[in-house]
Design a protein around this ligand. Structure first.
Ligand code: TYD
Ligand code: MG
Length: 444
């Protein structure tokens, strides 16, 4: 015990402790951050912990953001007292999303405060005009001084801080955006939100590596970490929760960036589907599920005679190891000569397929490319493929089949072990127990 009471040194960035002083934190590698005494964030963390216990003891009522998709990602709306960190690449639309949210929330909950340390009032007002955002109840403050800004509107019901890296706390060392400042700014916002019982969103910049800039501690301090992402060439933006104390991290919200701001995408399932009218060898369709959203996915494959002793496998949207593994299963269990070809696979629209449910469609696409025989365009394939060439059931089959039927697919090939086969299905369902049977069912 006496040993524990001896002086210790704590990193002001990551909170790591050490018995001796070091110029560089042994845990996070930051220079000059080891300080003697109590861990700097300890008191605030204790406060946050108390508030979390209190807020979880009484199930809090939710506050709608005004966007159904945003609410779904949050787990049913904002939780009063909840602090949310929103990260994303510059220019992806974080400020646009939050300004639109503020405009709608001002109507729903009362006065909202939008704090910006990055843009001037006239820039934000101009954007609000472009977005058609109502300005009644929306209070703008363009300053970097977070403490006085938080006192500016005592009756506020929602707070946005854009961004946590552009704000600073007087008396705290370092420049805005430095780890110590980011931590102090976040603490000030968290205390303010918890004391008033209002939700707050903090915008966080992203580093080159894709992490939210600032101390790792920041992500631990907040109740939820949201990410807003999208491809440069695409108008679609995806909102996801990487951490969520108040809901699932599985949900996906999809928005389209238009000339007048972000608008929710209603028919998400068809977003990644090219709807080509002709059947082309190498193409197979499946239904992926992101959170509770089903998405039609088009897997395209190309087989070109190889000039190498080790044929090439290239994949976009699917793991190359999976292509290698399933090519071997096709070769060994179904006699499809994949080893004679370089195989290229692409999932249309930049969708990332991680689920095993897409295995069967990937096998069908590969076999279709090698044998130069198209998979019928009205057919969907859903199943996990094992090394023995068996086809296994998938999760949420009914939901996937319903969506495929809604979008005009007529047939589905699934595992014969699916329980759903016993009930009435919304489209013709063929049950198969092996990959070989599945290829026969789609005439490859
Ligand atoms: P912004 O919200 O400023 O991004 P972030 O805060 O994440 O840096 O969005 C900037 C981009 O969005 C910019 O390239 C212009 C585009 N945009 C539109 O296409 N339509 C709009 O109505 C608005 C406001 C922005
Ligand atoms: Mg911005």
């Amino acid at each position: 015990m006496a040993k524990l009471a001896a002086a210790r040194y704590f990193c002001s960035v990551c909170g790591a402790s050490s018995a001796s002083w070091a110029g560089r934190c042994p845990s996070c590698g930051e220079w000059g951050t080891m300080e003697k005494g109590a861990t700097p964030g300890a008191e605030a963390n204790r406060q946050v912990a108390r508030c979390i216990v209190a807020s979880e003891a009484l199930p809090p009522s939710r506050v709608s953001s005004g966007f159904d998709d945003f609410d779904r990602v949050l787990g049913g709306g904002f939780v009063p007292g909840g602090v949310y960190l929103l990260g994303g690449q510059p220019g992806i639309g974080k400020s646009t999303l939050l300004l639109q949210t503020c405009g709608m929330m001002a109507e729903i909950v009362g006065p909202v405060l939008y704090l910006s340390g990055e843009e001037s009032e006239s820039q934000i007002a101009l954007r609000a005009k472009r977005l058609g955002t109502r300005l009644d109840g929306l209070h703008l403050a363009c300053t970097g001084d977070i403490v006085s800004a938080l006192e500016a509107l005592p009756g506020m019901r929602f707070l946005v801080v854009d961004s946590v890296q552009a704000m600073s706390v007087d008396g705290e060392g370092g420049w805005p955006g430095s780890p110590a400042q980011v931590r102090a700014v976040a603490q000030a916002c968290i205390s303010s939100a918890k004391e008033r019982g209002i939700p707050a969103v903090l915008v966080g910049h992203i580093t080159k590596e894709g992490r939210i800039a600032g101390p790792m501690l920041l992500e631990h301090m907040v109740d939820a970490v949201l990410t807003f992402s999208g491809e440069d060439y695409s108008p679609y933006r995806m909102l996801r929760a990487g951490k969520n104390r108040y809901g699932s991290t599985e949900e996906l919200g999809v928005f389209e960036m238009t000339d007048s701001g972000l608008s929710p995408v209603r028919d998400v399932s068809g977003l990644y589907w090219n709807r080509a009218s002709e059947t082309v060898p190498g193409v197979a369709m499946t239904v992926a599920v992101e959170g509770s959203l089903p998405l039609i996915a088009e897997i395209q494959s190309l087989a070109a005679a190889t000039a190498f002793p080790y044929p090439k496998r290239t994949g976009r949207g699917v793991d190359v190891n999976k292509i290698q593994l399933l090519s071997a299963v096709l070769e060994k269990r179904c006699g499809v000569g994949c080893s004679l070809f370089d195989m290229y696979v692409n999932v249309a629209g930049g969708l990332l397929l991680r689920e095993p449910a897409a295995d069967l469609a990937l096998c069908a696409a590969l076999a279709s490319a090698v044998r130069d025989a198209p998979v019928p365009a009205d057919c969907i394939l859903l199943g996990e493929v094992g090394l023995a060439g068996e086809v296994r059931p998938v999760v949420r089959l009914e939901r996937r089949l319903q969506e495929a039927a809604r979008l005009g697919f007529k047939r589905a090939v699934v595992s014969s072990r699916e329980r759903a086969l016993r009930g009435a299905a919304p489209l013709a369902v063929t049950g198969v127990s092996t990959l070989k049977d599945a290829l026969k069912a789609v005439m490859i």
